[in-house]
Design a protein around this ligand. Structure first.
Ligand code: IMP
Length: 435
């Protein structure tokens, strides 16, 4: 058995990057399999802070191979900029990065379309509030097929002709959406992306075959999820989701590695909840407590800098996504952020139209009407950033961790009390099956 997955169970930004970085040394290959430049993973190592968008966090650990699978949508100039920034921070790219030739490419018209459409509200009056990185339009072209461009197409003789044909069609489409003529210069785009293709060429290959060979040879794979399961296009809070399968169900489709090779799924949650962009958020706090959590947790987007909406921990949502993602154990992040609060609420059920339920609604309209039913727990009001063993947490913090574990029905194996690698507590025997 070869694979371990790290999946965010909320609306993204659960600090998955930190956990992946800590686990990476135990693996041969780190795999990104969905999402694109919309993701933002921050890893703090010593005095250095690394910000990753499309490149797997494994590049920070020498000797580990990093694979970007076919389910990812790649933005070439952004990935090149990311590589250059990492190189300037001392990271080496010497045979340790492979990008799938099947991965779809985000092109200028995708970004233009995302910017045009995001101004348009969805049917229930709220806009999705995307990251404006062209993610949705690129995935739409992937599924639509006629106007799609994959990384492998860059190296075919038909590349220029293909781009020219798509540009003509896209100009008409974008003009239809915006009501204005749109300038896209096919020749300039071809030249620019040809240069990117040349730069990336040493890293491009058939990652599906590579990963299948790897699992059959007994290599150990760490799958690094992007976004969170509540943003899953099929199972999340549609239409306020991203355009890929960001829950655990997306791992196989996006990487090409069948589920039979997956040994363990670790669900990552924050001790509270955040969301960026539009959409229902039953436990949202629009008061001083929400602002306190935002400031203490530095809850501003890694990719867009937007302030994140903050609220209480929602156990109804997390239990749903833990089941959906096949989670074995939990990693509870940002415990230190709640340290000053005298009382902490946890949402244990919803009331929808006066009816109590512990089921997560399948329609955004119902979720919008869901009123959280809270259980109030006493805060610990003590600094926990120096805690290094589970038994050293204040009693109320222990009770909070235990209650979350009980509500989700999974053990908490890891607790994080700060951004640094050292500020991580593993339950005794935790992750032994992956070490
Ligand atoms: P898109 O993925 O840019 O299309 O954005 C769709 C929704 O997903 C928006 O609400 C974004 O704020 C959200 N989203 C996308 N990527 C992330 C992420 O990495 N963290 C948190 N939210 C995200």
């Amino acid at each position: 058995m070869a694979g371990v997955c790290v999946i965010g169970l909320q609306w993204g930004d659960e600090a998955k990057g930190k956990l992946v970085d800590l686990l990476t040394g135990q693996f041969d290959i780190v795999v990104r399999y969905q999402g694109g430049a919309n993701a933002g993973h921050t890893v703090v190592a010593g005095d250095k802070t690394y910000k990753l968008h499309q490149i797997p966090s494994g590049v920070l650990t020498p000797g580990v191979m990093n694979v970007v699978g076919p389910g990812v949508v790649l933005n070439p100039p952004v990935i090149i900029e990311e590589m250059d920034r990492l190189i300037s921070q001392g990271v080496k790219f010497e045979g340790n990065l492979m990008l799938s030739d099947r991965a779809h490419v985000v092109l200028p018209w995708h970004i233009a379309e995302d910017q045009m459409l995001d101004k348009t509200a969805t049917t229930d009056g709220e806009s999705i509030g995307t990251t404006l990185r062209g993610i949705g339009p690129c995935y739409r072209d992937k599924v639509g097929r006629s106007y799609a461009v994959r990384l492998g197409d860059f190296y075919r003789d038909s590349f220029r002709q293909r781009i020219a044909g798509i540009v003509e069609a896209k100009k008409k489409m974008l003009a239809g959406i915006s009501g204005e003529s749109v300038s896209l210069d096919a020749a300039a785009i071809c030249d620019e992306f040809h240069r990117y293709g040349e730069r990336l060429a040493p890293h491009v290959g058939d990652t599906t075959a590579y990963l299948l060979d790897a699992v059959e040879a007994g290599k150990r794979l760490l799958f690094e999820g992007a976004q969170g399961a509540l943003l899953d296009v099929d199972h999340g809070t549609y239409p306020y989701v991203t355009s890929s399968n960001s829950s655990g169900v997306g791992v196989s489709a996006g990487s090409g590695v069948p589920g039979r090779w997956i040994e363990k799924v670790i669900g990552v949650i924050k001790a509270y909840t955040t969301r960026v962009g539009g959409g229902p958020f039953p436990t949202e706090l629009k008061d001083d407590v929400g602002s306190h959590i935002r400031e203490r947790g530095r809850e501003y987007g890694t990719t867009t800098g937007r302030p994140r909406r903050c609220g209480w921990f929602d156990a109804v949502a997390a239990r749903y996504t833990a089941r959906l993602s096949g989670v074995d154990s939990l990693s509870l992040m940002m415990m230190d952020v709640l340290s000053e609060l005298p009382q902490i609420n946890v949402c244990v059920a919803y009331e929808v139209d006066g009816v109590r339920t512990d089921r997560f609604p399948s329609h955004a309209d119902d979720l919008r009407r869901a009123v959280p039913v809270y259980e109030t727990l006493p805060g610990w009001q003590q600094d926990v950033t120096r805690v290094r063993r589970m038994e050293d947490f204040p009693a109320n913090a222990r009770s909070y961790i235990d209650r979350i574990s009980q509500l989700i029905g999974r053990p908490v194996e890891v607790v994080s009390v700060g951004p640094d690698r050292q500020q991580t507590i593993f339950a005794s025997g935790a992750l032994s099956s992956v070490t």
